[in-house]
Write a protein that binds this ligand. Sequence first.
Ligand SMILES: Nc1ncnc2c1ncn2[C@@H]1O[C@H](COP(=O)(O)OP(=O)(O)OP(=O)(O)O)[C@@H](O)[C@H]1O
Ligand SMILES: [Mg+2]
Length: 471
Amino acid sequence: MIRIFNSIRLKLTLWYVVTVGILILAFVFALYLSLKVSLEKGVDISLRTFEEELEDALHRSAYRKWKKVVSKESGEEIPINIMYVQILRIVDTGKQPSIFVKSAALKSKTLPISTTAYKTALKNGRSFETVEGFHKHPLRILTSLIKSRWGTPFVLQIGTPLKGIFNALGKFLIILLVSVPILLILSAFGGYFFVKRAFFPVKKIVKTVKRITAENLSHRVEPINSKDEIGELAETFNDMISRLEKSFEHIKQFSSDVSHELKTPLTAIKGEIEVTLRRNRKKDEYKKTLKNLLEDINRLEEIIENLFLLSRMDSENLKFLPKKFALEETLLEAFEDMEAIATKKKVHLILKNIQEMELKGESTLIKRVFTNLINNAIKYTPAGGKIEISLKKEGNFAKFIIKDTGIGIPQEEIPHIFDRFYRVEKARSREAGGSGLGLAIVKWIVEAHKGKIEVKSKAGEGSIFIVSFPF
Ligand SMILES: Nc1ncnc2c1ncn2[C@@H]1O[C@H](COP(=O)(O)OP(=O)(O)OP(=O)(O)O)[C@@H](O)[C@H]1O
Ligand SMILES: [Mg+2]
C-alpha cells in the first residue's frame, strides 16, 4: 500500500474533482440566472396580457363601474394566480397620488409605487418592478397609464406575487444541491478509476524494479502497448537495465580475465623456480633462470601498468590539459623507441611521408598510441617483413597511417581487437608478449582526443591502421 496521501493518483483525482466542481458550479450559477430572467419575463408577459384585457374592459364601462370590472377581471374568487389591481387618480405633481379603485384582495393595503414608475407612467411609459416585503413572496408590479372613455388619464398598477418563479427556482436549487455532490462523487470515482488504469503500468514497473538486484538483471518490464509517456518510461527503463546488464557482464568478464592474465605469468614464474630448485645448478643456469624470471616479471609489470591506466580511464580520473605540441616530433620519439626492437626482429621499419603539424592534446598519451601501434606491427610481422609509417594533413585531420606486411587479422576478428584482453590467437600473441590491452588503450586515447581509428586487414597479407585526429 503506497502512502495513500502521497499517491499521485489521489492528487490527480483531487485536482480533477476540484476543476470539475468549479466548472459545474459556474455552469449552474449561469443556468440559475438565465432561468430566473426568463421566468420573470414570463411573468411580465402575463402581466402585460392581463393589462390589455383589463384596459379593454375598463374602456368599455363608465368609471363608476370600474370597481366591479376590476373584481371581475382579476378573478379574486379563485386566487390561483392572483393579480392585484390598483388605479390611481393623477394629482398635481409633487403630491401623493390618491387611490381611485383597488381590488378587494388588497384589503386595507395599497400597492407601493416608486417615483420613477409614477413619472414613467405620466409620460405614457410602462415599467416593471420587483418589490419585496409586501407579500410573503416578492411582488412584480406593472405600472402604466390608462385613459377613461372620455380621455381622463389614470395610473394603473397591476401586481402579482412571484410565487411560481420562486417555487420553480427553489426546486431547481434542491435538485442542484442533491445532484452536484452526487455528480462530483461519481466523477471522483470515475477519475480515480481512470487514473488508476493509466498508472497501472507504473505499478508494473515498480514491481519489476523491486525484483532487480545487481546479481539478477534479467528482469524486464513487460512491454506496454502505448506510445504515451509511461510506455516511453518502460522502454527507457528496459534499455537502461539492458545497458546495466551488459556493463555488469563486462565487469565480470573483465575481472575474470584480469585474474587469468595475472595468474599465467605467476604460474610460469613458480614453475621455473620449482624446476631450478629441484637440484643444485651451475652459476650460469641460475643466471639464465633469473633472466627468464625478470622477463616474466617485466610482463607482469606491464600488464599491471596497463590495467592501472585503463582503470583510471574508466573512472575518468585521467584528466589532461590539452596543449599544443608538434605531432611529428612525438611520432619520431616513438619511432626511435621502437627502432631497436624492429632491427632485432629483422623487420624493416620505415618513415615514408612525414609532414610537420601541430595538434592540441596530451603528447605523452598520443605517443602511447604510436608506440602501441608500431609495437603491434612489429610483433605481428614475421622477419623480413616491412612496416611503413606516414603522417599527413588531410582536410581538418591529422592522419597517421601504419601499414605492415604481417600475419593480418581475419575479417570476423576485426570488430573485437579493441576489446580488453582480446587476442586473435591467444597462444601465439601471448608468446609474442601481448596481453590484449594495447588496442583498448589506443582506442580510448584516440576517442578522448575526438579522433577515430580504422583498420583494414586481410589474414596472411598484412594490416593497415589509420588514426585521424581533428585539429
Ligand atoms: N598489426 C597487426 N597485425 C596482426 N594482428 C594484429 C595487429 N595488431 C593487433 N593485432 C591483433 O589484435 C590483438 C589485440 O591487440 P592488442 O595490441 O590490443 O594486444 P596485444 O598486442 O596482444 O597485447 P599488448 O598490446 O597489450 O601487449 C592482438 O593480439 C593481435 O592478435
Ligand atoms: Mg599490442
